[in-house]
Write a protein that binds this ligand. Structure first.
Ligand SMILES: [Zn+2]
Length: 341
């Protein structure tokens, strides 16, 4: 028989007014703990009716800006300062977050490639299932704060998928402008891409806003500040904060788009990666993006990675040691209205 509520249990009552903190309990019976559970931290601040928002970070455990920004916001906000309900899931793939890894050490699960999840699957698939079927179903908005993680560094960006519905697209652009990251970009979901959170949000009729705030397995003061200010401005914009007067206006954001595979540059060989461009550079089709040096056979001529199209460099690979197929860069180009690639 289908298991309608899954195995994860929340210690919180999301329908109750006030501020609650606690854990999602994910049963995990292992050698050191026969009847144990994984404690995924969760919090809820509710003050009557209003927008219902899921604030998420740690979808990838090695992306830190959002995890810290949401923890700070949770400690700062009290029920009287909120309208509606905020649910904080600040280290969503908790086992990955505790390991400082993109994927879970328990099952290698990449949470953002496992939606809609599986209530009877491994820990990461169960978390995905709970988010899509137990949390998104009771939310109007989801903010999912990512960064480049251990392998990439981004120009601090907020992002939205392209919506076919013009009203939804307009609202997505308003949210990006409210977030006020230096870059905002619209992505086109590749056909068949239904495994990431934005697709889950579409399935559940929830408005999604994402970020790529920085990365490199580290935290910069600038990227954290952009995360903190951006989340507050979006919450104010949608009417989820009681006092909107104290929120400073958003800086102007540069609106771009990221479309097909030609926006991405991958390592053509394995070796040591020498980048030839930096974040924010304007590049042209045919330009050499980077060099892969063969340190096992240093007398060989190195291999060249080339940009297939023109654009602005939005992200760059951080580790020097590189395998064939690793993403080295991706580009953005000025936003154009349209319904898809
Ligand atoms: Zn991520």
């Amino acid at each position: 028989m289908a298991r309608s509520t899954g195995r994860i249990r929340s210690e919180l009552d999301f329908d109750r007014d006030g501020k609650q903190v606690g854990f999602l309990r994910l049963p995990h019976s292992v050698h050191r703990s026969a009847y144990g559970w994984i404690p995924i931290p969760i919090a809820c601040i509710r003050n009557g009716d209003g927008p219902r928002v899921l604030l998420m970070a740690g979808n990838h455990g090695d992306e830190y800006e959002g995890q810290i920004a949401l923890a700070k916001l949770l400690r700062q906000l009290e029920p009287a300062t909120v309208r509606g309900r905020l649910i904080f899931l600040s280290s969503a793939n908790f086992p990955a977050a505790m390991a400082g890894m993109r994927t879970s050490p328990l099952d290698d699960g990449n949470l953002n490639r496992l939606f809609p999840g599986d209530p009877d699957g491994g820990p990461t698939a169960q978390i995905a299932w709970y988010i899509e079927h137990m949390l998104l179903t009771q939310c109007d908005y989801v903010l999912d704060l990512h960064s480049g993680g251990s392998s990439l560094m981004y120009l601090p960006s907020a992002l939205s998928r392209r919506h076919a519905d013009p009203a939804r697209m307009r609202h997505a652009l308003e949210l990006l402008q409210a977030f006020g990251a230096p870059i905002s970009y619209i992505t086109d979901a590749p056909p068949g891409d239904d495994l990431a959170l934005p697709a889950a949000a579409v399935r559940q009729g929830v408005m999604h806003l994402g970020t790529e705030l920085g990365g490199g397995g580290t935290l910069t003061m600038a990227a954290l500040r952009i995360a903190e200010d951006g989340v507050r401005r979006v919450l104010a914009r949608i009417g989820a904060l009681a006092d909107q007067a104290t929120i400073p206006p958003a800086p102007v954001t540069r609106l771009l788009q990221v479309r097909g595979p030609e926006y991405f540059v991958y390592a053509p060989d394995s070796g040591l990666f020498e980048p030839l461009v930096e974040l924010g550079d304007e590049v042209i089709a045919g330009q050499t993006a980077g060099i892969i040096h063969f340190h096992d056979t240093p007398w060989r001529e190195p291999s060249m990675a080339v940009f297939q199209r023109s654009g602005v460099v939005l992200t760059k690979r951080m580790p020097c040691r590189t395998e064939r197929g690793d993403c080295l860069f991706h580009l953005g180009t000025p936003y154009e209205e349209g319904s898809g690639p």
